[in-house]
Design a protein around this ligand. Sequence first.
Ligand code: NAP
Length: 239
Amino acid sequence: MKTALVTGGAHRIGAQICHTLHKDNYHVIIHYRNSSQAAKNLANKLNNIRQNSASILPAELSNIQEVNKLCNTIKSLNLLVNNASVFYPTPISKLNQHDYQSIMDTNVMAPLFLSSTLSDKLTQNQGCIINIVDIHSERPLKNHAIYSISKAAIAMMTKTLAKELAPNVRVCGVSPGSILWPENVAELDQVQKDNMLKKIALKKQGSAQDISDAVLFLAKSAYITGQIINVDGGRTLNQ
Ligand SMILES: NC(=O)c1ccc[n+]([C@@H]2O[C@H](COP(=O)([O-])OP(=O)(O)OC[C@H]3O[C@@H](n4cnc5c(N)ncnc54)[C@H](OP(=O)(O)O)[C@@H]3O)[C@@H](O)[C@H]2O)c1
């Protein structure tokens, strides 16, 4: 059985990626940080469908020791999906080092070191890394400077690692547009949501399934590496 590690796999887009890969016969390792109950519930659900087909692993990804510990626990790997990320506004007038560190460590440092530390295991299986990027890696999101910078970094990481790890490991990216509204501190009001929807050519948000379908497509595409696919309903046509 092929094994996939999905970071931030307990909720939202990450959970859908776990479902989709599991349906394609992967053993899924659901990484989580705070959402232990949701991760356990998802693993139970998947294990009820197929025995011993899902497991969970905790790690605070902004901590390099925890990243290394997570990597050491994994015995064999075919697919790494770097999905976990931090998203909240950081207006330029209120920039501070804490926010910089928290966003860059989770969104950039963790996927880079997960990829490099797990590359030997991926090489053994001619495996693949898929980074979940963001269309704002190309054009910045207002008031989200650090997040936009972090996503530009993971886009370049995708291409850099594709070059460095070829021919043994393919590295690709999926760049979502508006898929699920942000929660908590990053929550939007209805006017902001309507303004966003107006700019999408297809006039609606995408679904987590749209993202997981693109992940599965890239995981299966043996002759694609170094490419990032926008899954954005044509949002970039109007940016
Ligand atoms: N939602 C969208 O419309 C959208 C649009 C563009 C791009 N994206 C990208 O798509 C991916 C998934 O988006 P999403 O909205 O589903 O993500 P999300 O809910 O904001 O976050 C996913 C998970 O990341 C984990 N996480 C955050 N910081 C962490 C840390 N320091 N250490 C370990 N885990 C950490 C959290 O796990 P715990 O809950 O276990 O703490 C969280 O559940 C992200 O890369 C995001 O940037 C999403």
